[in-house]
Design a protein around this ligand. Structure first.
Ligand code: ADP
Ligand code: MG
Length: 564
């Protein structure tokens, strides 16, 4: 056996722990939800691993979560017989904050700290396992990974360090024991040694968990000396299969928090019941905030696939297109094989139909938010607009539906974005195209010399600042018969109908300036294609324009950054 070793928490983890320990967060009850959620994940994982690898040495016949209270020792234990963790995994998963986004988030958290109260802040991100330190002054975790013989004990007082040691006789799975902080005589509401309290919390936050959450009642059963049978605290009913009017919004929200590993309520809940030859039920959620790793390669999708109430897989990418990867939820299909694989799903005709229907449902929900609850729509678009716009490039079938819910910054208003419909309604007499300009920021775009003529003539220009904007604007090409045109590309003839800049006039001017234009062309030969007179400038003497089909500088940068 290895000796007990002491390790330091990673800096970010320590900061998170400090927040937990000194938290004034009023709803401490949720620590139990987090531990139960982890236990439930561990049981799901074990069941699946065993399904794929029958030779795995693990008993999956009686998977459950047990909660034990020891009043005298003031401890509370949450135990599962799920997948467990190896020695290395405990160090990686519990000792550090593996999620790369979290470190960045903590930085923002510190910066935002002066604005919001601490209470609001903690509610803004998932701290999972660490939330135990809201109620405990010491946490011990004993675990053994399925298929391995040696177990691991992790222990910490949440201060700067934790210890790890190997253990010979650990049962398979994980048990987390909280040594509860001293009782607060003023506040009996938070007595986590009370079975009544534990039952209430489980019922409130974890009722839908598909594994039994059990607790052994105190003392021997009436009329017998034998240890009492454990009592199952949750109903285990699948929320998505229950009629809408039987389920409260709070219940839906708790399911979201479990699936989405989020502490906040979702922005929107979407239900869909498909009847007919291929039956399925879906319960999808739009989060209120974009996760920080949304644009990283290994971003985890959040839609789970069930077959007739049995969990089949996590982050099922076949159910929604990549540009809806932020959607969380559950899809339960009646007629799929229990050991369907990701590869099969990608080609399955029914799954394809399902994906199309779910995609349309999500987009129509956003459309509805737009008309019925503008504020909520604004939140949605602020958080997810950038990723949704990817769909304009990749999903031709739903292009119009995405364009209909898209909004963009515009010279029409300082802060209020506009829809394309709004833009078209405001178009000037004789204006045929929709104009836009891409750039790093609103300010840099507004300062561009390309904007001068448009500003002068009061022509509205969309101000697009996401990298994806150039790609979709090119791919989409037009909206309701109006061309989308970059004001930085090609020749834009704003005065086409203007008498005094007739063709003859322009020719005359070009002749007049031929010497200058020729000289400039010679000087800049390496870097440019042509020099021409323009009516697009009012203040700046000259500007650089791309060919209609050239890459714009921002896009060139993007491709360069991608190594192409
Ligand atoms: P999250 O659940 O969002 O990943 P947590 O802090 O709750 O974050 O847990 C961190 C990780 O520790 C989990 O992702 C999981 O890999 C591991 N873990 C936590 N609890 C358990 C458990 N009971 N059994 C197995 N692994 C666990
Ligand atoms: Mg968790």
């Amino acid at each position: 056996n290895m000796p007990t070793e002491t390790f330091e928490f990673q800096v970010e983890a320590r900061q998170l722990l400090q927040l937990m320990i000194h938290s004034v967060y009023s709803n401490k009850d949720v620590f139990l939800r987090e531990l139960v959620s982890n236990a439930s994940d561990a049981l799901d994982k074990l069941r699946l691993e065993k399904l794929w690898d029958d030779s795995l040495d693990a008993d999956v016949s009686d998977l459950h979560i047990d909660i034990d209270i020891d009043k005298d020792a003031r401890t509370l234990t949450v135990r599962d017989n799920g997948i467990g963790m190896s020695y290395d995994e405990v160090g990686q998963l519990i000792g550090t904050i593996a999620n790369s986004g979290t470190a960045k988030f903590l930085q923002e958290l510190r910066e935002a700290k002066d604005k919001a109260g601490e209470e609001g802040l903690i509610g803004q991100f998932g701290v999972g396992f660490y939330s135990g330190f809201m109620v405990a002054d010491e946490m011990t975790l004993l675990t053994r990974r399925a298929g391995e013989s040696q177990g691991t004990r992790w222990s910490s007082r949440g201060e700067g360090t934790y210890t790890l040691e190997t253990v010979d006789d650990a049962p398979q799975g994980t048990s987390v024991t909280l040594h509860l902080k001293p009782a607060d005589p003023e506040n009996q509401l938070h007595d986590y040694t009370s079975p009544w309290k534990i039952k209430e919390i489980v019922k409130r936050y974890s009722d839908f968990i598909t594994w039994p959450i059990r607790m052994v009642p105190e003392g021997p059963a009436a009329g017998s000396d034998e240890a009492p049978e454990p009592e199952t605290l949750n109903s285990m009913k699948a929320l998505w299969a229950r009629p809408r009017d039987e389920v409260s919004d709070d219940e839906y929200h708790e399911l979201y928090k479990h699936i989405g590993h989020d502490w906040r309520d979702p922005l929107e809940t979407i239900r869909l019941q498909a009847e007919g030859t291929f039956e399925y039920q879906a319960l999808l959620f739009l989060p209120e905030h974009a996760p920080h790793d949304l644009f990283t390669r290994d971003f985890k999708r959040g839609v789970q696939l069930y077959v007739k109430r049995v969990f089949i897989m996590d982050d099922c990418e076949a159910l929604l297109p990549p540009y809806l990867r932020f959607v969380k939820g559950v899809v339960d299909a009646a007629d799929l094989s229990l050991n369907v694989s990701r590869e099969i799903l990608q080609q399955d005709r029914h799954i394809e139909m399902m994906r199309r229907r779910l995609t349309k449902k999500v987009l129509s929900t956003v459309k509805e938010m737009m008309t019925k609850d503008k504020e909520r729509y604004d939140t949605f678009w602020r958080e997810f607009g950038t990723v949704l716009k990817e769909g304009l490039v990749t999903d031709a079938e739903n292009r119009d539906a995405i364009l209909a819910v898209a909004s963009f910054a515009s010279t029409h208003h300082e802060t209020e974005p506009t829809t394309l419909k709004g833009y078209v309604e405001r178009m000037k007499d004789g204006q045929e195209d929709i104009y836009y300009l891409t750039g790093e920021s609103r300010q840099s775009i507004e300062n561009s010399p390309h904007m001068e003529a448009f500003r002068e003539r009061g022509i509205e220009v969309l101000l697009l600042t996401d990298a994806v904007d150039e790609v979709w604007a090119d791919a989409v090409g037009e909206y309701e018969g109006k061309k989308l045109r970059s004001v930085a590309k090609g020749q834009i003839d704003l005065d086409a109908k203007d008498e005094d800049t007739s063709d003859a006039e322009r020719e005359k001017q070009t002749e007049e300036y031929a010497g200058l234009l020729g000289w400039m062309k010679e000087q800049l030969d390496e870097d440019i294609k042509e020099v021409r007179l323009s009516s697009r400038l009012t203040v700046s003497p000259a500007c650089v324009v791309s060919d209609a089909h050239d890459l714009t500088p921002a896009l060139e940068n993007m491709y360069r950054a991608m190594g192409q």
